[in-house]
Ligand binder design. Structure first.
Ligand code: NAP
Length: 273
């Protein structure tokens, strides 16, 4: 039984693929540009684009289970192709923000809600995976940390429980085999401020990192005027007011504690050196 991982070069998709391979599952990887694949040896790689049903039809041929990212530009192409395939399980990366009452109207939450509605109405056997805040967001600080030893942050006091991509992938793999509780809001084990995340990265690379606080105006100027940036600033402001919870969903699904941010920082130290 073949499982297709769409987005197998993404930080979460790659982990899903590697964990399926380690579990001895038969897998196929899809990327938009196979020339740049660089995926584990022996894994068949196909080209597929979530906006192009023709590529998806070919990629889904003979496949029974799929992991994919939320097609934020519209789910129609995937749902059309999936309707013609013989799928037993579709696991779709979504966002824990869909479960945050405080995120009603937030553009990121609403985009993910819209995708979830399309999948829920599709008749497919579909399971959303809902991480709230990715530890990987910290990679956005890497360039200035490498170049200047500085992290420029909007609301360094914003408190979240960032989740390691390995844990998100492990829950997705559990979902692919019908595990329970997998659509709960997923977080890391501990609430911590952005300031403390920077300190953890500093400890992982053996270098003190200076934090410079950005005002909301400075953050808008630096990151741009898009609705997504506005939505991120909104969620960050809410997180500084206690609006970003920690859950024990990872431990309940996996039967072991979620990976701490300090471990994420050690795993990704090379990005910050
Ligand atoms: P990532 O490393 O940037 O990878 C994104 C993947 O999506 C890539 O593998 C890319 O494929 C694939 N992709 C993008 N557009 C595609 C298309 N049209 N067709 C096929 N594949 C496409 O992302 P990540 O860090 O693993 O996960 C990011 C996602 O997590 C967000 O988009 C959001 O939905 C979700 N999320 C994020 C947060 C957060 O705190 N940031 C919180 C909750 C949920 P190629 O390799 O072909 O380019």
């Amino acid at each position: 039984m073949t499982t297709l991982v769409i987005g197998a070069r993404g930080s979460i998709g790659r982990q899903v693929l590697e964990q399926l391979v380690a579990a001895g599952e038969t897998v196929r990887a899809s990327v938009r540009d196979p020339a740049t694949a660089g995926l584990p040896a022996g894994v068949p790689v196909v080209a597929a684009d979530l906006t192009r049903p023709d590529t998806l039809r070919a990629a889904l041929d003979g496949v029974r289970k799929v992991f994919l990212y939320a097609p934020l530009s519209g789910a129609d192409a995937f749902l059309q192709a999936a309707g013609d395939a013989d799928l037993e399980q579709v696991v779709q990366l979504s966002s824990g923000s869909v479960l945050l009452p405080g995120a009603a109207g937030n553009v990121i939450a609403e985009e993910h809600r819209a995708v979830e509605r399309s999948f829920a109405d599709s008749g497919l056997r579909w399971t959303p995976i809902r991480p709230l805040v990715l530890a990987g967001n910290a990679v956005n600080w890497a360039r200035s940390i490498r170049a200047e030893g500085v992290a420029r942050l909007f609301r360094p006091d914003a408190v979240t429980a960032p989740i390691h991509e390995r844990d998100i992938a492990a829950v997705a793999v559990a979902a692919l085999s019908g595990g329970a509780g997998v659509s709960a809001m997923l977080t890391g084990p501990e609430l911590m401020s952005q300031q403390r995340q920077v300190e953890s990265i500093g400890a992982a690379i053996g270098r003190e990192i200076r934090v410079e606080e950005l005002s909301e105006d400075a953050a808008r100027r630096r990151f741009g005027p898009s609705a997504t940036v506005a939505a991120i600033l909104e969620l960050t402001t809410a997180a500084a007011a206690g609006g970003s919870p920690a859950t024990d969903a990872v431990e309940r699904v996996l039967g072991r504690p979620a990976v701490p941010f300090e471990q994420w920082a050690r795993d990704h130290a090379a990005d910050f050196r």
